[in-house]
Design a protein around this ligand. Structure first.
Ligand code: GLU
Ligand code: ZN
Length: 281
């Protein structure tokens, strides 16, 4: 089986040094194993995704010297595959509709009898307000959550193999952790689009990804992805969680920060070797 890695940016802003590190790592790991890196555009957030950002992503990656096969997968074109996966989970009784607004969730989780609100990979862990054994046909719209306790009864402990700097070897996540530290994550958003966790799992499988290269900030989310792979009968790739690139003040570079974009550095005369040096490659 030849190695397939991927770089999966959201086209909601310019790429910065953190993205460059992730893409260079994914590319180098694929090449070292005689395989290839795929590009996937994660444009499910229609309110924020822009074609100009997608074009700039391709320009920045090409400038860095990376290559990838075309056509590129775009998540916005994967609706039927995402819906089929949601339908399967619904039929298995593992989803339920949720009408909570973010402030309801924070209020319920922050109620005095609940103790300090616990945070999971998606923010405050869902307090279970709408949790139900949903039956009948899948609702045509509205948010759907995964019933994690039921899911964990099916999957039991989950395992994945970590090839990154975090904890080399096999990572095991027990059902108690899935229920208490992750909880009922959203798999279909209120606007009817697949949520990130669902889409990433379905699309990694469709692209035949053998190793997911991503930042350590997604380490907890990976457990959700492995649960979904088990429930959907999809293979589990290896996971390579890499260190995060921080700015001069030690803060994480995120698209929201005014971290300087690769395109800005390029305009200032940086070369690809300058980028590699700046991220410690
Ligand atoms: N679109 C996600 C991001 O930009 C993908 C990360 C991943 O699943 O590896 O962070
Ligand atoms: Zn709810």
């Amino acid at each position: 089986m030849s190695a397939v890695t991927r770089f999966a940016p959201s086209p909601t802003g310019p790429l910065h040094l953190g993205h460059a590190f992730s893409a260079l790592t994914a590319f180098a790991r694929a090449k070292a194993a005689g395989g290839r890196m795929l590009l996937r555009i994660e444009d499910l957030d229609r309110s924020r995704a822009r074609p100009v950002w997608e074009a700039l992503i391709a320009e920045d990656l090409a400038w860095l010297g990376l290559t990838w096969p075309r056509p590129v997968m775009r998540q916005s074109e994967r609706g039927p595959a995402h819906e089929a996966a949601l339908a399967r989970l619904w039929r298995a009784g593992l989803l339920y509709p949720c009408t909570c607004a973010r402030r309801d969730i924070e209020a319920a989780a922050g109620a005095p009898q609940e103790g300090a609100p616990l945070h999971g990979p998606d923010g405050v862990i869902y307090p279970g307000t709408c949790r139900a054994d949903a039956t009948g046909p899948i609702p045509a719209d509205g948010a759907l959550r995964l019933h994690m306790r039921k899911a964990a009864l099916i999957t039991d402990s989950i395992q994945f193999s970590e090839t990154g700097c975090a904890t080399l070897g096999t990572v095991t996540v027990v059902p108690e952790t899935l229920v208490a530290r992750i909880g009922d994550v959203v798999l279909r958003r209120r606007d009817g689009a697949a949520a990130y966790h669902l889409a990433v799992v379905v699309d990694d499988a469709a692209q035949g990804i053998t190793e997911v290269v991503r930042g350590q900030d997604l380490f907890e989310a990976t457990a959700i992805h492995v649960v979904l792979q088990r429930l959907l009968g999809l293979p589990t790739p290896a996971y390579h969680h890499h260190r995060l690139i921080r700015d001069d003040h030690g803060a994480r570079l995120a698209k929201r920060d005014d971290a300087r974009a690769l395109s800005t550095l390029r305009a200032e005369g940086w070369t690809p070797p300058d980028v590699r040096r700046a991220v410690g490659l």
